[in-house]
Write a protein that binds this ligand. Structure first.
Ligand code: KIV
Ligand code: ZN
Length: 520
């Protein structure tokens, strides 16, 4: 079994996506998570591109231990100097120099010829090597470069001191067999290629980035460049989670391994998605919301009998602890009972029937019933048995806000016939309302999730707010609706707090496990 080195470029190629710009603190947070994921190299940025990126790369180089910290540079001295300045304190610094090698780029972008371009690359590489011992060299647009010339470039950069040579499919033009043959050709033609690590960097314009990368691995590449969630320029890069899980799941075929801690994959994916503001498509391989959910009744039945029937990858291997099964009206009592028992609830027969009936009503309307829906149904049934005079209800709210003013809310709640009132300022009107409610209740609640959506598309749309709050290890959901989204949000928050308080009370009587509803 040979090791495949994982080079993560989420913070460089991934960050090139318009609007996905990260501040240095966010870049560090992702880099620390990549350290936990145990990638072999983190391309932390392109230091010459902006003072912010320089700072981010420098901080990552100082704080992240384990992986090589890589900084990108064009083949010009000022880029190489900035790259080196940013990473010199890293445990394992690496400068990554790139320069196009295809005729299209050489002629159209540089207006020069192959010989001069190669001289330029070698000169830059030697300068980088005088500063840093680990040097990666990328002939940009390699897959559209004349293979004979490419082999010459690779041979000469190895002779000049490159320790890693990367073959980029810059425009996502390659197809698997052909790209594999290119790698095999280089392995055969280039002397001393066994002295360096041959790398590939595939873009996904034809949706072939993962396939091209794996084909390159089968033909001799030992470093793969990739990003979390497949983010990157245009259609993105080969996705880290797909490559790593393909190699792990099909070790019978590939005979390679990586040292990535796959159980950190989901956490990393979520962090990257949240900080970059790039939602992951539901059907995305490995990390999409539906990647491990089973909706057909036949599949669900199979999964309940033996998970290997419909699961080639174990969800816990990528860090998913709860088993996601999307229920439908056809799922039946067995699947629903299993789901709510995974959530830590054990209902007596009569209450379970109430849950089941409500579940059927929701399933009729929605077709697919997700964990959050089941959570709401379960809570609704539990609350049907509750003495509601003990609950808080929203009486009214008032808001003072305006341009350049700090919003202030005054909220009135009623409980057991008593009117309770508090006011608070906040970062925004909703924050001010939630803080006022916290004051009345006398406890701080962590807001874990908050969403508002319009039910119709008119100006008078009904808004539905959903919140998830946490306190002392317990969690609860709340929903509220109104044509006024502030009121809908206030109602949702109050409902979540009622549920949370009740769950905290009920814990002494009933056992609850960690299920997204309540936990300890
Ligand atoms: O796609 C590409 O060619 C690159 C290089 C800088 C490696 O991102
Ligand atoms: Zn790229």
């Amino acid at each position: 079994m040979e090791k495949i080195f994982i080079f993560d470029t989420t913070l460089r190629d991934g960050e090139q996506i318009p609007g996905a710009c990260l501040n240095p603190r966010e870049k560090l947070e992702i880099a620390l998570q990549l350290e936990r994921l145990q990638v072999d190299a983190i391309e932390a940025g392109f230091p010459i591109s902006s003072p912010g990126d320089f700072e981010a790369v420098k901080t990552i180089a100082e704080k992240v231990k384990g992986p090589a910290i890589v900084a990108l540079a064009r083949a010009v001295p000022k880029d190489i100097e900035a790259a080196w300045e940013a990473i010199r304190k890293a445990e394992r610094p690496r400068i990554h120099v790139f320069l196009p090698s295809s005729d299209i780029h050489i002629q159209k972008k540089f207006g020069t010829d192959r010989t001069k371009q190669l001289e330029r690359g070698l000169e830059a590489l030697k300068y980088a090597k005088s500063l840093c011992s680990e040097i990666e060299y990328s002939p940009e647009d390699a897959s559209r470069t004349d293979p004979e010339y490419l082999a010459k470039v690779v041979e000469q950069v190895i002779a000049a001191g490159a320790t890693v040579v990367n073959i980029p499919d810059t425009v996502g033009y390659a197809v698997p067999q052909q790209f594999g043959r290119l790698i095999a050709y280089l392995m055969e033609k280039v002397s001393d290629i066994d002295k360096i690590v041959l790398s590939v960097h595939c873009h996904n314009d034809l949706g072939l980035a993962t396939a091209n990368t794996l084909s390159a691995v089968e033909n001799g590449a030992r470093q793969v460049e990739c990003t979390m969630n497949g983010l990157g320029e245009r259609a993105g890069n080969a996705s880290l989670e797909e490559l790593v899980m393909a190699i792990k799941t099909r070790k019978d075929y590939f005979k390679y391994f990586t040292t990535v801690n796959t159980q950190e994959i989901m956490r990393t994916s979520k962090l990257v998605s949240r900080l970059m503001g790039m939602p992951v498509q539901a059907n995305k391989a490995i990390v999409g919301a539906n990647a491990f959910s089973h909706s057909s009744g036949i599949h669900q039945d199979g999964i309940l009998k033996d998970r290997s029937t419909y699961e080639a990858i174990r969800p816990e291997d990528v860090g998913i602890t709860e088993h996601a099964m999307v229920l439908t009206a056809r799922s039946g009592r067995h699947a629903l009972r299993q789901k709510i028992s995974e959530m830590g609830y054990d209902f007596p027969e009569q209450e379970f029937e109430a849950v089941y009936n409500q579940f059927l009503t929701v399933a009729d309307k929605k077709k697919q019933v997700y964990d959050d829906d089941v959570a709401v149904i379960v809570q609704d049934v539990i609350f049907a048995y509750l003495d509601d005079s003990k609950l808080y209800s929203l009486e009214s709210y008032k808001m003072t806000t305006g341009n350049g003013e700090v919003p202030e809310a005054r909220v009135r709640l009623r409980r057991e016939g008593v009117l309770l009132e508090a006011s608070a300022q906040g970062d925004g009107p909703i924050d001010a309302i939630f803080k006022s409610v916290d004051k009345i209740v006398g406890a701080y609640h962590k807001l874990e999730d908050f969403q508002v959506r319009a039910v119709t598309e008119t100006k008078e749309a009904m808004g539905i707010a959903t919140v998830r709050v946490a306190r002392e290890g317990f969690r609860a959901l709340g929903r509220g609706s109104s044509t006024d989204i502030l009121e809908a949000s206030a109602k949702a928050y109050v409902q979540a707090i009622n549920r949370l308080q009740w769950l905290m009370l009920r814990t002494s009587e009933t056992h609850h496990s960690d299920n997204g509803l309540s936990s300890k």
